[in-house]
Design a protein around this ligand. Structure first.
Ligand code: ADP
Ligand code: MG
Length: 364
């Protein structure tokens, strides 16, 4: 099912007595989500992810704008008539019901032509349970399950009516690191198998990057960039997006464009012919530093961390906005820590320039 958001806006009255302006939780969000895609809605806490999801589910009404599922304008439909499945961070299972009864629950309220016989309901519940691999646990109560299993039950319950759209709000946040990894792969597999258009909310960039067909990066209610995870990582539209994606994060320096060259401090690090002279922020991905004896960028060397496949060079530079610079280099490189300094050349496609005022990208 294609989902179309048209100029979606949600304002809340301010709770701050001194500041009477509205909080714009979602601002003029337009996006056509193609049928069958998994979209990762990504941004820091408070940027409007849950509000966006609640507008799509119908739990909240937009201040303006419209929402379509295919040809259907669902903007004024209550949640129960939209054909959605919802999963939240806290699994919200009924503690006194068994797994089977929890999954059956959404089917028992179907009325009229949608009403199912008991056998049909059980078939569907087992189908959903098999999909998330909890069909062996149907007699247990939620209290007898691990967090990961409980979240699977919640997902099965959201899937049992075969929703048109599946909406997941930070579904993995309550799980420990290993389960989080495992469950996100499960969600991806289930989504591929069912081909249900899915919107997955998270503040965790790695999570969003790893499972999404496309990510939407939000900041303060405003969509910053939409694209395939790799494309957004390689080609961020502004400093915020560049900083939000990637671990270790992008290294940011104060820089200057002068005489067709990019300067970091006194070091002329790249040729940037054709760009007008101005002060800029320079973002360099950790993999954009190349060790080179006479390399143009000189940094104070602090330490080298061995990470198995890679080494992480931790250094300092006066023009860096972060106290420590992190460069990732292959483990075959040897660095003498006694040198006290390290010199790099830069991989141009891993270097991003941003206007110092607007923080928008200046293309090389
Ligand atoms: P996220 O899910 O990205 O953390 P939310 O969508 O929950 O962000 O919130 C976005 C903004 O809207 C925040 O500033 C939040 O304080 C505000 N907000 C959310 N819900 C309400 C509400 N019911 N009343 C007032 N402000 C709200
Ligand atoms: Mg939220």
């Amino acid at each position: 099912m294609e989902v179309v958001l048209q100029n979606l806006t949600k304002k809340f009255p301010s709770r701050d007595r001194k500041n009477r302006g509205d909080v714009v939780a979602v601002s003029d969000f337009s996006f056509e989500i193609p049928d069958g895609e998994l979209i990762g809605l990504l941004g820091p806490s408070g940027c409007g992810k849950s509000t966006t999801l609640n507008l799509i589910s119908g739990l909240q009404k937009p201040t303006s704008g419209r929402i379509f599922f295919g040809e259907d304008d669902v903007t004024d439909l209550p949640p129960e008539n939209r054909g959605i499945g919802l999963v939240f961070q806290n699994y919200a299972l009924y503690p006194h019901l068994t797994v089977e009864q929890n999954i059956l629950f959404p089917l028992q309220n179907l009325k009229g032509k949608d009403k199912l016989s008991k056998a049909e309901m059980l078939d569907k519940a087992y189908e959903a349970a098999k999909l998330v691999q909890i069909d062996e646990l149907m007699e247990r109560k939620p209290g007898q399950l691990s967090g990961g299993q409980q979240q699977r039950v919640a997902i099965a319950r959201a899937l049992v009516k075969m929703p048109r759209v599946l909406l997941l709000d930070e579904p993995l946040s309550n799980l420990d690191a290993r389960l989080r990894l495992q469950t996100r792969e499960e969600i991806r597999r289930i989504q591929r198998e069912t081909k249900i258009t899915t919107i997955f909310v998270t503040h965790d960039q790695e999570e969003a990057m790893s499972i999404s067909d496309r990510i939407v990066v939000m900041k303060e209610g405003v969509v910053q960039q939409i694209g395939k995870p790799q494309d957004v990582y390689d080609d961020p539209t502004n400093l915020f997006v560049a900083k939000f994606l990637g671990t270790p994060p992008v290294n940011v320096f104060k820089g200057q464009i002068k005489d067709g060259r990019l300067y970091i401090g006194e070091d002329a690090v790249l040729d940037v012919k054709g760009l007008s002279e101005k002060e800029v922020y320079v973002g360099i991905r950790p993999e954009g530093f190349l060790l080179q004896e006479n390399g143009p960028l000189c940094c104070k060397l602090n330490r080298v961390e061995v990470m198995g496949r890679d080494k992480s060079v931790v250094a300092e530079n006066k023009a860096s906005l972060n106290p420590a610079i992190r460069a990732i280099i292959g483990s075959e490189n040897n660095i003498n820590i006694q040198q006290g300094v390290v010199r790099f050349s830069l991989l141009p496609r891993k270097v991003f320039l941003f206007d110092k005022e607007t923080e928008e990208r200046i293309k090389l």
